[in-house]
Design a protein around this ligand. Sequence first.
Ligand SMILES: NC(=O)c1ccc[n+]([C@@H]2O[C@H](COP(=O)([O-])OP(=O)(O)OC[C@H]3O[C@@H](n4cnc5c(N)ncnc54)[C@H](OP(=O)(O)O)[C@@H]3O)[C@@H](O)[C@H]2O)c1
Ligand SMILES: [Zn+2]
Ligand SMILES: [Zn+2]
Length: 342
Amino acid sequence: MRSTTGWRAQDGALVQAAITRRDLRRDDIAVRVDLCGVCHTDLHALHSHDGGVLVPGHEFTGVVLEVGPDVTRFRHGDAVAVGNIVDSCGECDMCAAGQENFCRAYPTLTYGGTDRHDGTTTLGGFSREYVVREKFAYPLPSGLDPAAAAPLMCAGITVWEPLRALDVGPGTRVAVAGLGGLGHLAVKLAAAMGAEVSVVSRSADREAEAIKLGARDLVVSTDAASVAASRDRFDVLVDTVPVPHDVSPYLRLVAMDGTLSQVGHLGSMTVETLDLLVGRKKLSSGGSGGVPATAAMLEFCAEHGVAADVEVLPSARVGEALDRLGRGDVRHRFVLDLSDLD
Ligand SMILES: NC(=O)c1ccc[n+]([C@@H]2O[C@H](COP(=O)([O-])OP(=O)(O)OC[C@H]3O[C@@H](n4cnc5c(N)ncnc54)[C@H](OP(=O)(O)O)[C@@H]3O)[C@@H](O)[C@H]2O)c1
Ligand SMILES: [Zn+2]
Ligand SMILES: [Zn+2]
């Protein structure tokens, strides 16, 4: 076993704790985690934590410390990025199609997952070291800043897949609801794909920010007149709102034959079917991305200069980051610098 340090959930907070990592398997790499983004999913996980070992964090960049004997794509010292999936069965139709995120045998999540070999619970990237199968690690393109790139590995890929699957490109009218971690990357990615992008936010005073990110304008979700003025306007609406909400106002913004892609973790929800019927609208979702899509997303981001807007904090301030994330006080992603764990 390898020993390291991380931030473990205890009584609703995160406390510094010694944790262990497995010895390297033949196709494993050990990564020194330098920078890990703070995702709203980490907050959901903390809120629903019922006692098991929980170390959050599933979008990180770092440096390869050591490689197993069968590793071919990495060497000691390489810059690397890891997202929210660290393994899959490799045999089902989804895995064969490069959609490991939809593995029929369930993908192994970066934290809170169950290791396919030893049955242990996976512990996330709010730690100084992580051991991962090389297949689920990605070379970090040299043009990308390691802090700004970390959030691409969950927030970025989660919005990339639906944008790609829904053929977003020049001329597509895209709306992004919720201007947080996922939302701001959806705006940047859709704009870089050539789409006409709008933001749907609760606050009118976020318009300048939305435009700076690449949007043309802002629809205020809490203002009936603003919503009515954009009725049936968007081919694609990516909804990143992290709390259960009425999707009717958002569906009304979608154009005929358009799609609302709901990516927030919301549990069950109720939909008024008339909101789908009128205009043959589609309700969809997505979650994370497969290996080929993640590699393509990183390449696209390096080429187009897309990365997250981040506020980097020493990892000891993780509690403050989570509090502020819960209050929506983040522009647009917190990233923890784990070097203070040395
Ligand atoms: N499907 C997946 O694989 C996947 C992956 C990652 C995350 N997620 C989920 O996606 C959601 C978003 O994550 P995130 O990290 O982007 O969160 P985030 O940074 O907190 O951003 C969420 C945004 O939604 C809006 N919002 C917040 N509270 C709201 C409320 N009560 N009502 C209406 N709008 C509200 C805010 O934007 P405005 O101020 O502009 O309104 C906020 O910036 C979470 O549920 C997360 O768990 C899913
Ligand atoms: Zn996430
Ligand atoms: Zn599979």
